[in-house]
Design a protein around this ligand. Structure first.
Ligand SMILES: O=C(O)c1ccccc1NCC(=O)[C@H](O)[C@H](O)COP(=O)(O)O
Length: 402
C-alpha cells in the first residue's frame, strides 16, 4: 500500500459523496449537523472548527445506534476523520496547499471511498515551515485548551478592558506623517533568520517603537518558532504602551482569538494560506464580537482574490515573504495591487499593509507608491541597538510625535 497517491491528487468527486454514502448507521449529515452542508458541498454554517463541540450532539446520536462504548468511540473517530477529510478537500478546492494535520490513515473499521487515502510515508512530514508550524499549532492549541477552557475565556473576555482602535491608529498615522502607518514588530527570532536580538526585552523594544512613532505594534506570541510568548503581549499591555497590539500568531482555531483577547490583543492575524474562506468568515465574526481588528494576510493573487470575495475585511496584509520558501521580494506588494484587485481595494477604501523585507526609505517609498497605507516591519528595526532611531532610519525622517 505504501507509495500510493494521497487522495488530494485523486478526483475530489471520488471522495466527497462518501459523506452521504457513509455506511455507518448514523448518517454523516446528522453527525455533523452544525456544519449544515448543502448539496453543492458548501458548508453553510460556520462551525467547521467545532468538531469537538459537535461531539456531545454526536454522542447522543450514537447512543441510539451503537451498542458498546467501544463501538461508539470508533464511530465517533470515523466521523471526525471524515469531516477532516472533507475540510481538507474544501481547502484544496480553494487552492490552499497547507495541510492542517499530518495525513492519517482511515480509522479502523471505516469502509468507503476515503479509504483510497492510503498511507504514504513522504506525506507524513510537513512539506514546508508553514505546514510544520500549522501542525504544531493544532497540538499546542489542544493542550492549551485543556488548561484554559473556552467557557473560562469567555467569562474573562467579559471583564477585559476595551480594545484600542487598530485600524484607526493606522489611518491616523498615515494622515499625520504622510508615510504608511507603521506596525513595528516585537520579534526575537524567526525560522528564516534565526536569532535577531540576543538581549531581548519586549517591553523596552515596544516602548522604543512607540517613542519612535509606530502607530501599532505586532507581538510574536509563538514560542517554539519565534521565541515569543503571550506573556510578552501581556507585559507590553500592562507596561502602559498605548499603541494597539497585533497578536502575531498562527490561528487555526477560534479558541486562539478568545485567548489573544484575554491577553491584551487589539488585533489578530489570519493567514489565508492556512484558512479556508469559511474559516476566515467565521473568525472575522468572532473578532467583531470581541472588538478585535483582523489583519488578513495574503501572499499571491489567488489568495488576494479569495480575500476580496469575503465581506467585512478592512485590513489586508501582503506578505512579501513566502512562508513556504522564505523567499522575500517586495515587488510582490506591487504585483498584487495592480489591475482589478488594486481597483477594488481603492474603491472599498481598504487598508493594505506591506509586510516583510522592508529595510530602507526607498523600500518604504516603493510599497507606498504601489498603494499601501501601512507597513509591517520587524527585522530591520528590531536588530538596531536603538529601535527608536531604527524607525527614523527606515523612513529617512523622524516620524515620532515630537
Ligand atoms: O519570518 C519568518 O521566517 C517566518 C517563517 C514562517 C512564518 C512566518 C514568518 N515570518 C512572519 C513575517 O512575515 C514577518 O515576521 C513580518 O512580516 C516582518 O518581516 P520582516 O520585517 O522581514 O522581519
Amino acid at each position: 500500500m505504501e507509495g500510493l497517491v494521497p487522495v488530494q491528487r485523486l478526483s475530489i468527486k471520488v471522495a466527497s459523496p462518501s459523506l452521504y454514502r457513509c455506511n455507518n448507521s448514523v448518517s454523516i449529515r446528522r453527525s455533523i449537523s452544525g456544519f449544515a452542508m448543502d448539496r453543492k458541498r458548501n458548508f453553510r454554517a460556520p462551525s467547521q472548527f467545532s468538531i469537538r463541540a459537535q461531539q456531545s450532539d454526536l454522542k447522543e446520536s450514537l447512543a441510539v445506534s451503537s451498542s458498546s462504548v467501544e463501538d461508539k468511540g470508533n464511530v465517533l473517530r470515523i466521523k471526525e476523520w471524515e469531516v477532516e477529510m472533507y475540510q481538507e478537500e474544501l481547502a484544496i478546492s480553494q487552492g490552499i496547499r497547507i495541510r492542517r494535520k499530518p495525513p492519517s490513515k482511515a480509522p479502523l473499521g471505516y469502509s468507503g471511498p476515503f479509504e483510497l487515502r492510503l498511507h504514504n510515508n513522504d506525506a507524513d512530514s510537513p512539506r514546508n515551515i508553514l505546514e510544520e508550524i500549522t501542525w504544531y499549532k493544532d497540538v499546542e492549541v489542544s493542550r492549551m485548551k485543556e488548561l484554559n477552557p473556552l467557557d473560562v475565556l469567555k467569562k474573562a473576555v467579559e471583564d477585559a478592558p476595551p480594545t484600542r482602535d487598530f485600524v484607526g491608529a493606522l489611518r491616523m498615522a498615515h494622515k499625520r506623517t504622510g508615510f504608511p502607518g507603521l506596525i513595528a514588530e516585537v520579534k526575537k527570532a524567526s525560522p528564516s533568520r534565526g536569532i535577531l536580538k540576543e538581549n531581548f526585552d519586549p517591553v523596552e523594544i515596544a516602548q522604543a517603537y512607540e517613542k519612535g512613532g509606530a502607530a501599532c505594534l505586532s507581538v510574536l506570541t509563538d514560542q517554539k518558532y519565534f521565541q515569543g510568548g503571550f506573556e510578552n503581549l501581556e507585559a507590553i499591555r500592562s507596561a502602559g504602551v498605548k499603541c494597539p497590539l497585533l497578536c502575531k500568531e498562527f490561528v487555526v482555531d477560534p479558541w486562539q482569538i478568545y485567548y489573544a483577547r484575554t491577553k491584551g490583543a487589539d488585533a489578530v492575524l489570519l493567514i489565508a494560506a492556512v484558512l479556508t474562506d469559511l474559516e476566515i468568515t467565521f473568525l472575522l465574526k468572532i473578532c467583531k464580537k470581541l472588538s478585535l481588528a483582523a489583519l488578513v494576510e495574503v501572499h499571491d493573487e489567488r489568495e488576494m482574490g479569495r480575500v476580496l470575495g469575503i465581506e467585512g475585511i478592512e485590513l489586508v496584509g501582503i506578505n512579501n515573504r513566502s512562508l513556504e520558501t522564505f523567499e522575500v521580494d517586495i515587488s510582490n506588494t506591487k504585483k498584487l495591487l495592480e489591475g482589478e484587485h488594486g481597483r477594488q481595494i481603492r474603491e472599498r477604501d481598504m487598508i493594505v499593509v506591506g509586510e516583510s523585507g522592508l529595510f530602507t526609505p526607498d523600500d518604504i517609498a516603493y510599497v507606498q507608491a504601489a498603494g499601501v497605507k501601512a507597513v509591517l516591519v520587524g527585522e530591520s528595526i528590531v536588530k538596531q541597538n536603538d529601535p527608536e532611531k531604527g524607525i527614523a532610519g527606515l523612513f529617512g525622517r523622524n516620524i515620532s510625535h515630537t
